[in-house]
Design a binder for this molecule. Structure first.
Ligand SMILES: NC(=O)c1ccc[n+]([C@@H]2O[C@H](COP(=O)([O-])OP(=O)(O)OC[C@H]3O[C@@H](n4cnc5c(N)ncnc54)[C@H](O)[C@@H]3O)[C@@H](O)[C@H]2O)c1
Length: 252
């Protein structure tokens, strides 16, 4: 049975990369708890379909097409969401791109883009929501990193570097924002079963090999990551900041 957090119904939650995968589950989880939820993504059809589905369930939800590589567009969407649904109380920095690439094939342009999506967007979004959270004397910022930052798998140096950067960013922002009771934490998932992972990498053989490395012989579902985000957005975690929460069935 899922936990219900009474306070979340009064919140405005902003999720980056919310149209598919784990982000989609975050949007659904917060909306089902009664929160107003705004989310951004580049996938317009997926975003609009999700909005329709949730509106049919009487949820308060809004999708804004936004490419987080465009700093001004990202900030404009945050401001639009705050104007329409009120000040943002929880920010989930979920957006990512885990495209594989070898070190020696990496160009400057590719590296810059990788950092823009996987690291920089989270910083600019946090900077943008902080004044509104400060004004309300509190808020929660949740950065979604990855256990990949802790063990460094092959063929994704940009992603691993950016995800490690999020761990440091969490510490830095938690220190600076804490005096205003704005909390900043990281969630680091292990391998999560999303449609994209199934399509690209999560074969039955890969799953079998992966499970040999785990304490709990299970795969993680997107909803289970969303449950952790609910906790970190709720009053039940009001004394928790500057931490990294690993959800990986004991891989690390
Ligand atoms: N799936 C996993 O196994 C796994 C494991 C560890 C960590 N994570 C992390 O969890 C988070 C969500 O993972 P996921 O697997 O659902 O990710 P994903 O790559 O499937 O989806 C992320 C979302 O971001 C959107 N997006 C990508 N580029 C964008 C851009 N430039 N502007 C706006 N939106 C953009 C995508 O369209 C997608 O909806 C990510 O931060 C990821 O790094 C995932």
């Amino acid at each position: 049975m899922k936990s219900t957090y009474a306070g979340i119904a009064n919140q405005h939650v902003f999720v980056t990369g919310g149209a598919t995968g784990i982000g989609r589950s975050m949007v659904e989880a917060f909306a089902n708890q009664g929160a107003a939820v705004s989310f951004i993504d580049i996938l317009v059809q997926e975003g609009e379909t999700l909005v329709q589905e949730l509106k049919n369930q009487d949820c308060k939800v809004c999708f804004l097409e936004t490419d987080v590589r465009d700093h001004d567009a990202l900030i404009a969407s945050i401001q639009t969401a705050a104007r329409d649904f009120g000040p943002i109380t929880t920010l989930v920095n979920n957006v990512a791109n885990d495209q594989r690439h070898a070190v020696m094939e990496t160009t400057q342009a590719w590296w810059a883009q990788c950092m823009d999506i996987n690291l920089n967007a989270s910083f600019w979004a946090a900077q943008s929501v902080y004044p509104m959270m400060k004004k309300q004397a509190g808020g929660s910022i949740i950065n979604v990193s990855s256990i990949n930052a802790l063990w460094g798998p092959d063929n994704m140096p940009g992603y691993v570097t950016a995800k490690a950067g999020l761990l440091g960013m969490t510490k830095a922002l938690a220190r600076e924002f804490g005096k205003d009771r704005v909390r900043v934490n990281t969630i680091s998932p292990g391998w999560v079963v999303t449609e994209r992972q199934k399509k690209l990498w999560l074969t039955p053989e890969a799953e079998k090999e992966w499970k040999k490395l785990l304490c709990l012989p299970d795969m993680i579902e997107p909803e289970e990551v969303a449950s952790l985000a609910l906790f970190l957005a709720s009053d039940d975690s009001q004394k928790i900041t500057s931490q990294n929460f690993i959800i990986d069935c004991g891989r690390i």
